[in-house]
Design a binder for this molecule. Structure first.
Ligand SMILES: [Zn+2]
Length: 86
């Protein structure tokens, strides 16, 4: 289950925007999901992630963004029974 809003917290306030990208770090054959972000926080997230990697808090691999647009937040909140209707 994905979070319903962006993982960024700015000045103590959680960003209320719906997530548009899943951020993951790829290390060799493993991929770690580190959070989700809205479009506006993509760069901030990347900068922060770079710092966390330097501090050793996040695995030092390749940062990748996967767009969520195809899924859409409405689908995530949808009743599971609706999703399997053909
Ligand atoms: Zn945001």
């Amino acid at each position: 289950m994905l979070p319903e809003h962006c993982s960024i917290r700015e000045k103590g306030v959680d960003c209320p925007m719906p997530p548009e990208f899943i951020i993951s770090v790829k290390v060799k054959d493993d991929e770690y999901m580190v959070g989700v972000t809205c479009d506006g926080h993509k760069k901030s997230f990347m900068d922060k992630l770079g710092i966390l990697q330097k501090e050793g808090k996040v695995p030092n691999g390749t940062i990748s963004f996967t767009g969520l647009k195809a899924v859409g937040t409405d689908c995530i909140r949808m009743d599971p029974n609706d999703l399997i209707q053909l």
